[in-house]
Design a protein around this ligand. Structure first.
Ligand code: ADP
Ligand code: MG
Length: 442
C-alpha cells in the first residue's frame, strides 16, 4: 500500500513524513447523570522514524485515545488522519500490543501469531512463513507449539509483540505493554524491542507507547506527550535528546525524569485537587491510609521539615509516579498537604496530624474525610437516618454508577470503605456487603 505522503519525491529534501494526526479529538461516555468527558481537544502528530510516549495518570484517557487511533472506537468529535486520510475504522498497517497480552488460550503460540493474518485473508502457506519469521525475530524460537498458559508473562508478551509485528505494521500502538511484567523481564523486553527498532529490523515507521511510567518514557521515547486528566488533553511535549542505549543513572537522564515529574505534579495535581472539589460522583483512588500517614510523617521529619521536592520524596519512599500521584492528590483533597511546582508541603492540619497519636489521628481523619469526601459523608448520613443504621453496599454502588463506569464505582467504594473503617465513621462487613454503625461511637 503505497501512499504519497510516505514516498519522498526523488531529489526533494527528505522530511519526515506524517504518519498520524489527531486533531481536536473529543470523547465522552454517556452516564445516567450526563456525559463523562474523557478526552477534550486532544491533539498530536506522529512523524516517520520516531517513538512517541503518551504519559498520563491512570484514568486520564490514554487507553481511550489509543483505541480511537486504532479505529476500535469512534471519537465524539474531531478527526484522526492516518497516512493523510481520515480514519473510519481499524486501518491496514496499524497494530496494537495490549497490557494484558490478550492471547487466545486455546491456540498455540504459532496459531496465535497466525490469527492476525487470517483476519487479513492471507493464505495458509504465507501465514505460516510470516508467523515463523516474527516468532524468530522476537525471540520465541522453540516455543511455536506451546500454549499461552505454559509460558511466563514475559514470553506471553513476546507473543503479543509477534502477533503485532507479523502484519508488518506501519504504526505500532502499545498500551502499557510492560506494566504487567516484573521489573527485570520488562527491561529485557524493552531493550530487545529498542534493539530491533534501532537496527531497523522492523518495518514499523512510527511507535506510539502509552505509559504512566516517566522513566520508561525517558528510556524509550524520542518525544513525550503529557496527557492531563479530567478531561484528557495533551498539555506538554518534551523532547528526549539522548542516543540509545540510554543509561538510567546518567545525571542528564535523572534530571529529565525529575523535570517531567515536576511538570506533571505542578500542572496535574495543583490544578485539580483542592479541598472541597470532590463531588459525590468523583472517582477516588485506592490509596491506603498507611501510605498517607507514612507520607505525612516523612514530610514532617528532617530533612524535609514540612516541605519537599515531590520526586525526591517519591524516591525515598520507593514510590513510582503512578503510586505517588494518587496519594499526594488525596492528601491535598483532604486538606493535609499542598502541591506547588513540584513541591509538596504539609498544611497546618498535616503538621498537627503528624504530631498526634493514633486515636487523635483517627478523629482528625474522620473529620476531614466527612468534610471533603462527599461519598463518605453520604454513607454516614444514610446510616444515621435509617432506623436499623444499616445499608447494603449495592445501595451506594448503584448511586455511583450514575456517574462512573461499573469498575470505577467499585474502586471508589472500596477506597471509601478503607478510609471510613480506619476513621471509624462506619463499620463494613465484607461477607454481608453491608454498612452499619455497629461498634461506632456516635
Ligand atoms: P487510562 O488508560 O488513562 O487509565 P482510560 O482511557 O481507560 O484511562 O479511561 C478514562 C476514563 O474513561 C475512566 O474514567 C474510565 O472509567 C472511563 N471509561 C473508559 N472506557 C469507558 C467505557 N467504555 N464506558 C464508560 N466509561 C469509560
Ligand atoms: Mg489504560
Amino acid at each position: 500500500m503505497l501512499n504519497p505522503t510516505i514516498t519522498p519525491t526523488p531529489g526533494a529534501p527528505a522530511e519526515p513524513a506524517e504518519i498520524l494526526r489527531v486533531s481536536h479529538v473529543r470523547r465522552g461516555f454517556n452516564k445516567t447523570q450526563g456525559e463523562l468527558l474523557v478526552l477534550d481537544d486532544a491533539n498530536l502528530t506522529l512523524l516517520e522514524g520516531e517513538i512517541v510516549g503518551l504519559l498520563g495518570r491512570s484514568g486520564s484517557g490514554k487507553s481511550t485515545l489509543l483505541r480511537i487511533i486504532a479505529g476500535l472506537i469512534k471519537p465524539t468529535g474531531g478527526q484522526v488522519d492516518y497516512l493523510g486520510k481520515p480514519l473510519t475504522g481499524p486501518a491496514d498497517g496499524v497494530a496494537m500490543v495490549f497490557q494484558t497480552f490478550a492471547l487466545f488460550p486455546w491456540l498455540t503460540v504459532l496459531q496465535n501469531v497466525e490469527a492476525g493474518l487470517e483476519a487479513l485473508g492471507v493464505g495458509a502457506r504465507e501465514r505460516r512463513e510470516r508467523a515463523l519469521k516474527a516468532i524468530d525475530l522476537i525471540g520465541l524460537d522453540g516455543f511455536e507449539n506451546a500454549y499461552p498458559r505454559e509460558l511466563s508473562g514475559g514470553m506471553r508478551q513476546r507473543v503479543g509483540f509477534a502477533r503485532a509485528l507479523v502484519v508488518d505494521p506501519t504504526l505500532l500502538l502499545m498500551d502499557e505493554p510492560f506494566s504487567a511484567l516484573d521489573v527485570l523481564t520488562a527491561e529485557t523486553l524493552r531493550t530487545d524491542l529498542l534493539d530491533l527498532w534501532n537496527e531497523k529490523k522492523l518495518p514499523i515507521k512510527s511507535v506510539l507507547i502509552v505509559t504512566h511510567n516517566i522513566e520508561e518514557a525517558v528510556f524509550m521515547c524520542d518525544r513525550i506527550l503529557v496527557l492531563s486528566s479530567n478531561p484528557g488533553r495533551v498539555i506538554a511535549e518534551i523532547k528526549v535528546p539522548f542516543p540509545h542505549p540510554r543509561n538510567r543513572l546518567a545525571p542528564a537522564f535523572r534530571q529529565l525524569v525529575d523535570d517531567i515529574y515536576a511538570k506533571m505534579t505542578a500542572r496535574v495535581i495543583a490544578d485539580q485537587a483542592r479541598p472541597g472539589q470532590l463531588t459525590l460522583g468523583s472517582w477516588l483512588p485506592p490509596v491506603s491510609t498507611n501510605l498517607m500517614a507514612g507520607l505525612i510523617e516523612t514530610l514532617a521529619a528532617a530533612p524535609y521539615n514540612g516541605k519537599a521536592d515531590l520526586p525526591e520524596v517519591g524516591r525515598s519512599l520507593h514510590l513510582e509516579v503512578d503510586d505517588l500521584f494518587p496519594v499526594a492528590e488525596m492528601m491535598q483533597h483532604l486538606g493535609f498537604a499542598d502541591m506547588r511546582e513540584g513541591d509538596i508541603m504539609l498544611t497546618q492540619a498535616g503538621k498537627i496530624f503528624s504530631d498526634y497519636g493514633t486515636d487523635e489521628r483517627k478523629r482528625m481523619f474522620a473529620e476531614h474525610l466527612q468534610r471533603y469526601v462527599p461519598l463518605a459523608a453520604r454513607i454516614r448520613t444514610v446510616l444515621n437516618e435509617r432506623p436499623g443504621h444499616r445499608a447494603p453496599r449495592v445501595r451506594f454502588e448503584q448511586e455511583l454508577e450514575d456517574f462512573l463506569s461499573d469498575s470505577a464505582a467499585m474502586e471508589t467504594l472500596d477506597a471509601v470503605i478503607n478510609w471510613g473503617r480506619y476513621a471509624e465513621i462506619f463499620s463494613y462487613s465484607d461477607q454481608a456487603e453491608m454498612f452499619s454503625l455497629e461498634d461506632i461511637e456516635s
